[in-house]
Design a protein around this ligand. Structure first.
Ligand code: HEC
Length: 143
């Protein structure tokens, strides 16, 4: 009889572990969906200038891959650039750029969340989702 509680205890721990693992992988599946959607949005709205591999184009369009972007800007700021564009002078890997990036007024918060998640995953070395709620909040508070 003494073994029953500990057996049950073990089952309880197992159940929690299984729940957590499936819970984690559900989140990961959800994040992967963002990444894939974000990639498609990137191809549609960004690739012309920043290129498929994120290497940018000469002195015109800054790279998004292998840059200090991730040290200078946080995800909220990147969300605002995507939505509103940018035209100030910037330094990317010490190299000056000053050109015009048009905004994407038609993109929804979800699109922006997906694009930021994709950029993070692909070039930010940061496998975290940028959730819809965060994107909404960021876009509300753009400078
Ligand atoms: C018409 C060309 C063009 C398109 C399309 C475009 N960009 Fe840009 N992007 C630029 C230019 C030019 C700059 C630099 C603007 C400046 O000088 O301030 C820039 C800057 C940026 C920056 C800031 C880079 C840094 O290191 O500070 C990010 C991030 C960015 N773009 C992401 C995107 C994303 C994501 C998309 C698609 C939703 C996109 N851009 C679409 C031309 C473009």
């Amino acid at each position: 009889m003494k073994q029953i509680p500990s057996f049950l205890g073990l089952m309880a721990i197992l159940a929690v572990c299984i729940a957590q693992t499936s819970c984690q992988s559900k989140e990961e599946i959800f994040r992967q969906q963002y990444v894939v959607e974000g990639m498609m949005q990137y191809e549609k709205h960004c690739e012309n200038c920043h290129q498929k591999d994120g290497s940018g184009l000469k002195d015109l369009y800054p790279p998004l891959a292998k840059t200090d972007l991730w040290k200078r800007l946080n995800a909220n700021q990147i969300a605002c650039i995507i939505k509103n564009g940018q035209k100030e002078a910037i330094l990317v890997n010490q190299k000056p750029y000053q050109n015009y990036m048009p905004g994407n007024a038609k993109l929804e918060a979800l699109d922006v969340a997906e694009i930021v998640t994709y950029l993070r995953d692909k070039w930010g070395n940061d496998p975290r989702i940028f959730p819809l709620d965060s994107a909404r909040l960021a876009l509300k508070n753009c400078p």
